[in-house]
Design a protein around this ligand. Structure first.
Ligand SMILES: Cc1cc2nc3c(=O)[nH]c(=O)nc-3n(C[C@H](O)[C@H](O)[C@H](O)COP(=O)(O)O)c2cc1C
Length: 251
């Protein structure tokens, strides 16, 4: 499959068979994903594969997804300026690497490499799930993996041979996401939002598991419920050495 076909076929897979993803296959995916663009050519990310069953069970518990403990390969993607501090030690360098600009650079790098890894895996017939839910307890993940200063877990990524084939989730149409020259307020593409709400409703009614009567506004509100669990993220990032001069505004 080429990249456009791979994207068109995407759906998140959460159930994986016992069939192994070999080291050679995983290494090839990571090497491919490393060719993504990287901010200031700093490659400010690292991946930690979790093979220890006890650690894996602990991560699964944090995500609240038992399937995370079972089958497939489990990677934690880190924003990582620690390596760059080792390469460029010094007070000024530490300050630069800890400021918001390089913090964002490392999160951007981690995000791009995760996207590429997911696409590379799906192009080979594998399935994957991005796990933002590792940040239900960021400090616990830091402790579990022994993460040093100027690193932060961004996502988990589980890759395996998929057992499930969920229905494809619809996306917003182009009028809602592709603007020209200036920002478009949502009311200017209300007809697209209404049409998408209908597609979303039909998808949730027809899907084979957890079918329900769902609407866009309700779903958006529900999704925001996780914010309370992530409220200490900023505080944890500061504990890891990022933005030392910022004043914590939460907790
Ligand atoms: C940043 C990010 C974090 C995510 N975290 C989780 C997660 O913790 N658990 C999960 O089951 N899916 C997670 N997902 C997958 C989304 O739920 C999924 O992409 C979305 O519902 C759209 O479905 P689709 O990918 O099948 O099209 C995450 C996706 C992204 C981009």
């Amino acid at each position: 499959m080429n990249v456009i076909e791979t994207l068109a076929a995407h759906r998140t897979k959460r159930q994986f068979s016992t069939q192994a993803v070999t080291d050679a296959a995983l290494n090839a995916l990571v090497a491919a994903a490393q060719q993504m663009p990287t901010s200031q050519y700093l490659q400010a990310y690292s991946l930690i594969e979790i093979t220890d069953p006890a650690k894996r069970a602990a991560v699964a518990k944090i995500t609240t997804m038992p399937t995370v403990a079972a089958n497939g390969r489990l990677l934690i993607v880190l924003a990582d300026q620690h390596r760059n501090l080792a390469l460029a030690p010094g007070a000024d360098q530490r300050r630069a690497l800890s400021e918001m600009d390089r913090f964002l650079g490392s999160v951007e790098d981690a995000t791009l490499v995760t996207a590429a890894l997911l696409l590379a895996a799906e192009s080979q017939g594998l399935g994957s799930v991005v796990l933002g839910s590792i940040n239900n307890d960021t400090q616990a993940v830091i402790d579990l993996l022994g993460l040093p200063e100027l690193t932060l877990p961004v996502f988990g990524l589980q890759i395996g041979h998929p057992l499930d084939q969920p229905e494809k989730k619809p996306r917003l149409g182009l009028p809602a996401v592709l603007f020209k020259n200036t920002y478009q307020e949502p009311q200017t593409y209300q007809s697209e939002l209404t049409a998408f709400d209908q597609r979303l409703h039909a998808y949730y009614q027809a899907r084979s598991s957890h079918a329900r009567d769902e609407h866009l506004a309700h779903m958006t509100n529900e999704a925001l419920g996780s914010a309370a669990r992530r409220r200490d993220f900023f505080k944890v990032a500061r504990r890891q050495g990022f933005f030392p001069e910022a004043t914590p505004t939460h907790n």
